[in-house]
Write a protein that binds this ligand. Structure first.
Ligand code: F58
Length: 838
């Protein structure tokens, strides 16, 4: 606002006094010590690693803020089009290390901390992960923020500031136990904006009002109001001054701290209850991955966040005094899945009820503004809200949804007269008991582009779940944008040794901003020393992981073994059960060998990590089986180092950074057609690990890029899946169970891994329950692929060649490429460079 700005004649004084960034080691140290002593009120007699972390974080933060302010000023000044990425999840992980690398001060900080008596790695380790997400979808949002900032795009993230992120996982007696993750104790990266507050209403009723000009207007009133308060997080780009913003909303009662009237009237308890009710909205992240639970509080979260974000975006737009029809030229909004789909309805409501635009004009603005990304074809994950619930919580929105649907269906009827089946199939309202709102349909109808996240997935949505919409809208609206990952976090930060070696070979670190430059490594493929250095780094990373495993599980694993890793959310479709069955098969095979035969076997460490949704009982059973197998195999004297089975507790982003660089092989073995893309597959290959995987998600494109010599693919293809499922239910006689798999089941049922009753339901889901995820159909080919892995791993030199070749061809999978595609094909935005600080 103009009133808040410093008068022109005084600005020179201001400029002279404005903070500047630290330049060298001494300045950094001075800032660290100053923060420890003054901000934290501690001293050199009371400064542990956490103190050093806090001081270093605050020193760096000061520097980020300068660039951040400048960036926002520049964007306002240039008045460029911005993109707003609406995501209920941002799985950011830690900030300090990433921020130091992005702004290029890590070496300065390392030297500075060293002289103060601290090892930078230990300091970095003090930071709590910001774990505001479940898995792939949330981490993708975080990679996108990094790429948006690095590429100088004016792009903001909008999300919720959960008090509790994804739960911490403890393994107790082999079972998963969930512990709350309170992450806000000391968070130097967030800036509360107590001046940015939005009132959000729920419930109430809608009243019609006749205006003087005879038109009727809908007034939504009488509801319950809560407040959204903004918290901002600076997002620094790599090797650029540009620093974007992530804005997360926190809920609080509209009446301030307390309802003083109630308080004074002696009704203290109900005053507190009201406060808690409001705070509950942003209290906790729903811990489900690929399942829709349909809870009222979740719908409240969605509307709360969407409404606050839209008000904020509109407030910013209005400052430019442009006419409304220019809104889509200034603002692009991307819907990360259907969770923010209510934004379509909310913008329509604001434009017609508050801004008094005509329905048609408003709808034109809405559809030009939004883009929608789909992340799944799994039917159980597609969001639906019950009509009565929506009616009760957001009565005006329900009316508008009916209107959107009516006008849409009228358009369909006009184009396809008399096709009542088509009308039923594309209606936003599903005629279930009670009726429900299909959020994906709403998102498609309200957006100008819909994208899947890998070629195969985008093909599938066009031909299966959204095929009727392709009929209605044509093919151009449905595009593919293959996911990517940020090479800054997933190579440079997670694997500094490999990143340095690559820099040395390519003569600089430009590959971190243009990942396609990695193909320059191919020139050095025959360089013996290079291959050795490459494998030495892999070995060192395995030693680091082995040390961690020893410290946390007391199990010693030999880093010379083949490390086979599957880390991701536990889900039947991701088929960790097939992996553990394969391990049991390996165990039985080794046990049956004579000792001298065994000596020829390739020693393997099978590593798992991942959380099960607290209510997903079958996923928890899979964890139980993994830990039970580990308990037996890991202390079997016949087996020794030939096989170890490890479950790493509480898999999260910071652990991924340590685990991924240590893989020889990683598993991406979902039933074909179920994993939309996968992104950890990209991270593993980028770190020189090969993948064993099905023809699913982005595996397909990875193999296309790196060559099938560099990957171990197996299993049935997506187009055969429906027929195989049909067979399981109807074929007579029933398909016979794979011989090897049968032996595995017999061993489990015999009690080889403890109480068989625990695992019967898992086995039954395959033998009796129709084997929906086709474990029995793919098992033999999985085992064969694993045998090929063993065979090829023996020749370390050719393994090194495969590993280098694969990395060299991974350039396509940078999230920078992904973001440029979004910018050009959906958002229509341009980079806005921020001038460098002198
Ligand atoms: C994931 N989805 C896909 N959803 O499963 C994965 O293949 C893809 O690579 C990734 O998105 C990024 O595109 C996913 O993680 C969720 O976790 C949702 C959380 C909220 C409830 C519904 C599932």
């Amino acid at each position: 606002a103009v009133e808040a700005s410093i008068p022109k004649p005084l600005r020179e004084t201001w400029r002279k006094l404005a903070a500047t960034e630290f330049k060298g080691k001494e300045e950094f140290q001075r800032e660290v010590v100053r923060h420890v002593e003054t901000t934290l009120a501690r001293s050199m007699y009371n400064c542990d690693e956490l103190g050093a972390y806090s001081g270093a974080a605050l020193a760096l933060r000061d520097r980020l803020v300068i660039a951040w302010n400048k960036t926002q000023q520049q964007h306002t000044f240039v008045d460029s089009k911005r993109v707003y990425y609406l995501s209920l999840e941002f799985l950011m992980g830690r900030t300090l290390d990433n921020a130091m690398l992005n702004v290029g001060v890590k070496q300065t900080a390392r030297d500075g901390l060293d002289e103060l008596g601290f090892r930078i790695e230990d300091v970095i380790d003090q930071e709590h992960d910001a774990a505001l997400g479940n898995g792939g979808l949330g981490r993708l949002a975080a990679c996108f923020l990094d790429s948006l900032a690095t590429l100088n795009y004016p792009g903001w993230g909008y999300g919720l500031r959960y008090r509790y992120g994804i739960f911490k996982q403890e393994i107790i007696d082999g079972h998963q136990v969930e512990v709350p993750d309170y992450w806000l104790d000391f968070n130097p990266w967030e800036f509360p904006r107590h001046d940015i507050v939005v009132d959000i209403m729920f419930y109430g009723y809608v009243r019609k009002q006749i205006e003087e000009d005879g038109t009727t207007r809908s007034i939504w009133e009488g509801g319950e109001v809560v407040q959204a308060v903004a918290y901002d997080y600076p997002i620094p780009g790599f090797d650029t001054e540009n620093t974007n913003n992530l804005r997360l909303w926190s809920s609080r009662p509209a009446s301030g701290e307390f309802d003083f009237q109630k308080f004074n009237a002696g009704d203290y308890e109900s005053a507190v209850r009201e406060q808690q009710r409001a705070e509950t909205i942003s209290a906790v992240l729903y811990p489900n991955d690929n399942i829709d639970a349909g809870k009222e509080l979740r719908l409240k979260q969605q509307y709360f966040w969407v409404s606050a974000s839209l008000h904020d975006i509109i407030r910013r737009f209005k400052k430019t005094h442009r006419p409304w029809d220019q809104f889509p030229e200034r603002v692009a909004i991307q819907l990360n899945d259907t969770h923010p789909a209510l934004a379509i309805v909310e913008l329509q409501r604001i434009l017609i009820d508050i801004e008094h635009l005509s329905y048609d004009k408003a709808w034109g603005i809405v559809t030009r503004t939004f883009g929608y990304t789909n992340h799944t074809v799994l039917p159980e994950a597609l969001e639906k809200w019950s009509v009565p619930l929506m009616q009760h919580l957001l009565p005006r929105h329900m009316q508008i949804i009916y209107d959107i649907n009516l006008f849409f269906l009228q358009g369909v009827e006009k184009k396809f007269p008399g096709d009542r089946e088509l009308l039923m199939k594309v209606s936003i309202i599903e005629e279930s008991q009670p009726q429900s709102i299909r959020m994906a349909f709403l998102a498609i109808i309200g957006s100008h582009k819909v994208n899947g996240v890998a070629e195969l997935h985008s093909d599938l949505i066009r031909t299966t779940i959204f095929k009727d919409f392709v009929t209605v809208f044509g093919t151009d609206k449905f595009i593919n944008i293959t996911n990517g990952v940020t090479p800054r976090r997933w190579l440079h930060q997670a694997n500094p040794k490999l990143s340095d070696l690559i820099s040395e070979k390519l003569g600089g670190d430009s590959f971190l901003k243009d990942l396609t430059l990695l193909d320059g490594l191919l020139e050095h493929l025959d360089d013996k020393q290079f291959r050795k250095d490459w494998m030495d780094i892999k070995y060192a990373n395995k030693v680091r992981l082995a040390k961690y495993i020893k410290e946390t599980t007391q199990i010693a694993v030999n880093p010379a073994s083949l490390f086979d890793i599957q880390v991701k959310r536990i889900h039947e479709y991701k088929r960790q059960q097939m992996n553990i069955f394969g391990i049991i098969h390996r165990y039985l095979t080794l046990k049956a060998m004579k000792p001298e035969q065994r000596k020829k076997a390739v020693p393997r460490v099978s590593i798992f990590g991942g959380k099960a949704a607290p209510g997903y009982w079958m996923a928890k059973t899979i964890i139980r089986l993994i830990t039970a197998v580990g308990d037996v195999v890991n202390c079997d004297k016949d087996i020794g180092d030939l096989l170890k089975v490890i479950f790493i507790e509480d898999y999260n982003v910071s652990k991924a950074e340590m685990i991924i660089p240590a893989s020889d092989i990683s598993e991406h073995i979902s039933t074909a057609g179920t994993e939309a893309s996968g992104t950890s597959n990209m991270k593993f290959v980028l770190n020189g690990g090969l993948i064993i995987g099905t023809v699913d998600g982005a595996n397909v494109e990875i193999v296309e890029q790196i060559g099938d010599e560099q990957a171990f693919t197996f299993g049935h293809l997506a187009h055969s899946v429906p027929e195989l499922r049909h067979q399981h239910h109807f074929a007579k006689p029933k398909p016979v169970l794979d011989k090897c798999l049968k032996a595995v089941f017999d061993a489990i049922l015999k009690g080889t891994f403890g109480t068989p009753e625990l695992f019967e339901p898992l086995i039954n889901s395959i033998t009796e329950g129709g084997d929906y995820y086709l474990v029995s159909d793919d098992f033999q080919s999985y085992i064969d692929a694993q045998s090929l892995v063993d065979e090829l791993y023996v020749d370390k030199d050719s393994w090194a060649e495969r590993s280098i070749t694969a990395v060299a061809k991974m350039g396509f999978f940078s999230s920078d490429r992904t973001i440029v595609e979004y910018a050009e094909q959906i958002w229509n935005i341009e980079p806005v460079p921020v001038p460098r600080q002198k």
